[in-house]
Design a protein. Structure first.
Length: 303
């Protein structure tokens, strides 16, 4: 079990040492979460705003005197050797440090994500992308380079594309045929949303209005489903996808193939749904040919 492995690392005093790019809302949340995980610790945090990186460490329980700001590998390694944490404005610094085992890019920038991931691959370091924008832009080539270098390049579990990929792997491993894969949009779709129209909501949530606008107008959903499509080979049925209203009870009926009374034009489609009951979740609508298994799934209320 993963938890046992982490506890074992903690007991041995050999935690996974994580470098992070990005100290914004998601990056600082990542640092906060890892601070509670046994067998893992964030040791380097990069952001153009090093003050935000410092505050993220302090908020996660690191004392100010244990935080060192530097942009050079030598001083960074010196700090890490004595158990201190490093903040930096250099996004590729963590990739250059032997004392870092893996790097997570948690910025929303395709350019920074590509730079961070490429530096990791060049230095033989595993990289996790919590940056869908970068992955859909250059993920294909980064994945190829990582395979050639013998290192890991992956998106993260927990975000919709990663969770959807886990579900897709489970369904296909059982021998079922995926008809549609997708996610439930987190909020009502408003294609006219702008940073100005969502400014008040963004302020209440302490978030960047440009990011919030991308959530509301559907941009983020398009990025996430493009990521899932690239990973699985599934395709949208039309530009922008369809995005019907659906519930857990109706999603399989809605996304049945057209020949079976649904709206799906071909097996292996990617789409999203709207409505509060599916918000934030992921789904796979699959076809099961075996009548016995179909009966079991219906009895268990899985399909």
């Amino acid at each position: 079990m993963l938890h046992r492995e982490l506890l074992d690392l903690e007991a041995k005093g050999t935690p996974i040492r994580v470098g992070v790019s990005g100290a914004g809302w998601m990056g600082s949340g990542f640092v906060a979460q890892v601070s509670h995980v046994p067998g893992m610790e964030v040791v380097v945090l990069a952001d153009a705003n090093t003050g935000a990186a410092r505050e993220a460490f302090i908020a996660s329980g690191v004392e100010l005197e244990h935080i060192v700001e530097t942009h050079a590998p030598g001083p960074a390694m010196d700090a890490l050797r004595v158990g201190k944490r490093v903040i930096t404005g250099d996004y590729i610094l963590a990739a250059q440090l032997e004392a870092v085992d893996i790097v997570a890019d948690v910025t929303p920038s395709p350019a920074i994500g590509a730079e961070t991931a490429y530096a990791c691959i060049q230095h033989g370091k595993d990289v996790v992308m919590v940056n869908i924008e970068a992955d859909v832009t250059v993920g294909r080539i980064l994945s190829k380079l990582a395979r050639e270098a013998g290192v890991l390049y992956t998106v993260s579990s927990g975000d919709e594309p990663g969770c959807l990929m886990e579900l897709y792997d489970f369904v296909t491993s059982l021998g079922y045929e995926p008809i549609v894969i997708g996610k439930g949009k987190n909020n009502p779709l408003d294609p006219t949303a702008t940073p100005e129209t969502v400014a008040e909501a963004a302020k209440r949530a302490n978030k960047d209005p440009y990011q919030v606008a991308s959530y509301v107008d559907g941009t983020k959903t398009m990025f996430e489903m493009a990521c899932a499509a690239n990973a699985t080979g599934c395709r949208p049925m039309q530009r922008g996808m369809i995005g019907p209203e659906a519930t857990l009870e109706t999603v399989s009926e809605i996304f049945a193939l057209e020949e079976d009374g649904g709206i799906t034009k071909f097996p292996g489609a990617v789409d999203f749904v709207q409505g509060p009951s599916m918000a934030g979740g992921v789904f796979v609508v699959a076809r099961v040919a075996d009548e016995r298994i179909r009966a079991d799934l219906e009895y268990l209320k899985v399909g």
